[in-house]
Design a protein around this ligand. Sequence first.
Ligand code: NAD
Length: 361
Amino acid sequence: MSTTHTHLTGDTKIADWFKDPYGGPVIRQMLAESGQSEKAMAPVKRFSMNKLIKISGGRFTQETLDMLIERAEAAAAEGGSPEQAVEGSEPVTPDDVSTLTDGADELPEWKERITEGRFTGQTVVVTGAGSGIGRATASRVAREGGRVIALDISAERLESLAKELDGSDVTVVTADVTKDEDIARVLEAAGGKVDALANVAGIMDNMTPLHEVSDQVWERVFSVNVTGLMKLTRAVLPLMLEVGKGSVVNIASEAGLRGSAAGVAYTASKHAVVGLTKSSAFMYGPSGIRVNAVAPGGVITNIEARFDSELGQDRVMGALVVAPPPTTADQLAASITFLLSDDGVNLNGVILPSDGGWSAV
Ligand code: NAD
């Protein structure tokens, strides 16, 4: 372990920022100013600062990074003792540093590798495309040559997606997957051709166990996660049956594989997604349609999860200690697009955990 100062940039991993004798104090002070400690950064410390800007949803900006670099480099140039990098900050000792390192920090950062033309000539419908996993999936398909019909309930998020993918073949449709009239508009935008469908839109519950779950939470979670997914897939399947080819990827969850990852409504809804996937794979396999699911572990997105139950919080938080740190939406898009594309040939009815190994625990 070294506490030697190295040149800090946006490509420097967050863990290395913490280890740096000048970078560590400035980043700790920034966290302290917002009432947080370095523990808050534990799930992301293996990522670079540039990656943090991308996944933080505007909470960590380029300006903040520039300020951190300027302060750390200025202190290093002055050659003072490391703790002078931030007035009043604690000196960095090897003990401080050791709490921030574990094996994962030392691994090289994953870099997305585009497969040119993998979706050329294909129309791919992606739900929940305004944010998180759906957005990363829509982006990956578009950048690999596909025509994307991107739908989301949020017009604002779709607008920002369209801006980001300007120049690609992306049609955005503001639509609620639970509404038949909205689904009809999605089919209209597709224009009679859908080669692949990624059912990504979904919502969390409030972590309530069965004796505490409200009708409202149960019904809302099932209507988006199960009924909406069923309705859109039901509308798309005739187009795939007509041509004898198609690929559907449903987003389940670790909560579709075990009982310890969420409340009863979300857990039951994601188990239903697994059942829907297997039934459809069985029914349509002979017709050339593959239906698979990806079960993500923790992913850093905008999904809202809150704990409205003490029992739910105690049980779920206790179980989460075995979960690997959350990953990024583009890593999920890598798994989803693999199954969506022809690379998934010979895979049907698979429930693919994309969870860093959580399901192996
Ligand atoms: P997210 O909230 O960042 O994105 C979901 C998007 O779906 C949002 O843009 C939202 O506006 C949209 N949406 C919600 N309801 C909709 C509706 N009725 N019609 C159309 N669009 C709707 O969340 P995310 O984390 O990217 O979640 C994507 C999927 O991944 C969900 O099915 C979720 O259950 C699943 N998942 C997420 C995680 C995680 O840790 N983030 C883990 C396991 C599974």
